[in-house]
Write a protein that binds this ligand. Structure first.
Ligand code: B12
Ligand code: SF4
Length: 495
């Protein structure tokens, strides 16, 4: 009798244990873990690496949308090759990650494929989703490299949690899903910056909090892949932007901001309202933004300066109007550039100019217009790039059509047939009748003509001699120009 009672009690105990374990499992189910990862250019060798010195805001926006839906996202940036393929697998297993979301631009899509392939070939149980600018421009990638369980094209805050749920329900995806673009940006939670260990970025020279006030761009420049993501222009409310700024300052202690919008000033009323709000902050901030020459005027600059704007970045692209407007599609004249650059200086805002060399039908004479234009436009600094036609750029399709680049360039790049790096591996656009060497020489000349002037050096010394940070930047800049023949401001990245 006693034995029967003990057995029954034991059974009862086991039953409750089971229920308890089940409960625990259910609880875990509700908090599925999603690892959001930014890969390096390549895992195979530490290539000439473009390592961003700022967190990936796209992944952090996705993390916020996952948190809202009850998931437990983690953020991992291995763009600096800080973890090997097997170390990442170990992290996935140790942390019991259910789903991995990998982001990729074209430059690091090779790293994304290498990782997914490794995980699949080594029986990693976690499901893998791909997204980001490359996939958006090349959705068939996942058929050519079938190591992903799903992929989402375009902005994905709305669709990502749904796809994650579908994968957890064992749904199979045959092709990439078109993400639903958030038309009202105010419904999105700000990027989940609390998931980031900011000390990593501080070591890489993090100097300003990245932030967005808008998304999209109505233009169609031939070297830009924004339309592949989504070109519809949308705006956030100034109140929410300023709230996010406060939170950034609290988290990072940095009171500098970098508006990463394609053209912040596209709607002037928004900028006025934003500046009004910024001026009401209990502390002063400093900020810079990318803009477009045709969206700037004196009154706007005045207000922006008062609200802490110290620098504006303009894509000038070419010193030649035919190339700039008829080929690239920029739609701004030399006269407008000169006027706006002068206005910026007058209001105490530094105007930085970005130029590119290598466009269809571009001649040596037109390239020398670009080499010399900064002496005429008088910007603060210049960055000169040799054009790389990337997937998503209208130029990419036309370059393939005209045979300037190989139609299998993406797959050859991914398979490492050009080497493991990005810069120097992905082909440049070399206009017919010219050579890459000529383009490189032109870039060197543009830098030398602009930077190696006594008047320029004196101006910078006068401006910067009281700031140790600026002195250090100037030394880095000078060394980069002398040794590498390019500006250290070419990339806002660590090498
Ligand atoms: C800020 C920025 C940078 C920063 C930081 C980038 C970073 N990796 O953290 C810096 C200055 C370092 C940089 C450098 C470069 N950049 Co950049 N950059 C941008 C910019 C202006 C904003 C990016 C951003 O935050 N967007 C906002 C977020 C919300 O969008 P998102 O990142 O695209 O993410 C959304 C979707 O793509 C998708 N998504 C993204 N990842 C994932 C992952 C998963 C799993 C899913 C499901 C979805 C998904 O959902 C996100 C939320 O909606 C874009 C232009 C733009 N407007 O997007 C160019 C852009 C991304 N850059 C571009 C390029 C070419 C570069 C460089 C290669 C340029 C160079 N000089 O060589 C380097 C590469 C360096 C590097 N290692 O990253 C191109 C990419 C084109 C392409 N085909 O790959 C873009 C699109 C610019 C353009 N005009 O074409 N860049
Ligand atoms: S380069 Fe700038 S202006 Fe041109 S389409 Fe891209 S985001 Fe718009």
């Amino acid at each position: 009798m006693i034995l029967v009672l003990i057995i029954n009690l034991a059974e009862l105990f086991l039953y409750f244990c089971q229920v308890d374990t089940k409960k625990k499992i259910n609880f875990k189910d509700a908090m599925k873990k999603v690892l959001l990862l930014q890969p390096p250019v390549s895992f195979e060798e530490k290539a000439f690496a473009l390592v961003p010195n700022c967190p990936h805001l796209g992944l952090l926006y996705l993390a916020s949308s996952l948190i809202k839906e009850g998931f437990d996202p983690k953020y991992l940036d291995v763009s600096d090759n800080s973890l090997s393929l097997s170390e990442i697998k170990r992290v996935i297993e140790d942390e019991r990650i259910d789903i991995i979301g990998i982001t990729a631009m074209t430059q690091n899509v090779k790293g994304a494929i290498q990782l997914a392939k490794f995980l699949k070939e080594n029986n990693c149980y976690a499901k893998i989703i791909l997204g980001g600018p490359h996939l958006s421009a090349d959705p068939n990638l996942i058929k050519r490299f079938p190591y992903f369980d799903a992929a989402i094209i375009g902005e994905s805050e709305i669709s990502f949690p749904k796809v994650v749920n579908d994968l957890l329900d064992e749904k199979k995806f045959e092709e990439a899903v078109k993400g639903e673009t958030p038309l009202d940006l105010d419904v999105l939670s700000p990027p989940a910056r609390h998931l980031v260990d900011h000390s990593i970025y501080l070591k890489r020279g993090y100097w300003a909090n990245g932030i967005f006030a808008t998304r999209g761009c109505p233009y169609h420049c031939n070297f830009c892949s924004i339309p592949a993501i989504d070109k519809r222009v949308r705006f956030r409310s100034p109140e929410l932007i300023v709230e996010e700024m406060k939170e950034c300052c609290r988290l990072t202690g940095i009171k500098r901001f970098n508006f990463s919008d394609d053209a912040l000033t596209i709607r002037k009323e928004l900028v006025y309202l934003l500046c009004e709000r910024i001026l009401k902050l209990p502390f002063r901030i400093e900020w810079e933004a990318q803009s477009r020459i045709n969206y700037i005027d004196r009154d706007l600059l005045k207000v922006m300066k008062r609200a802490g704007c110290s620098k504006l970045l303009f894509g000038i692209e070419s010193g030649n109007e035919r190339i700039r407007n008829q080929i690239i599609g920029k739609g701004v004249t030399d006269e407008q550039i000169m006027k706006v650059t002068r206005l910026c200086w007058q209001q105490g805002i530094e105007p930085d100019h970005y130029l590119m060399i290598g466009q269809p039908t571009e001649t040596s004479k037109e390239i020398s217009d670009t080499v010399n234009c900064s002496l005429k436009f008088k910007p603060n600094i210049i960055g000169v790039f040799i054009t790389m036609p990337l997937p998503g750029f209208p130029l990419f399709d036309s370059a393939i059509e005209e045979g300037t680049i190989d139609k299998n360039v993406i797959d050859k790049y991914i398979r490492g047939e050009y080497g493991q790096g990005y810069q120097g591996c992905w082909p440049y656009y070399v206009p017919k009748g010219l050579t890459l060497n000529e383009l490189l020489k032109a870039r060197k000349l543009a830098y030398h003509k602009f930077y190696f002037r006594l008047s320029y050096a004196l101006k910078r010394i006068k401006r910067d001699f009281t700031s140790m940070v600026r002195i250090k930047r100037n030394i880095r800049e000078g060394l980069s120009l002398m040794i590498k023949n390019r500006s250290s401001d070419d990339f806002n990245v660590v090498e």
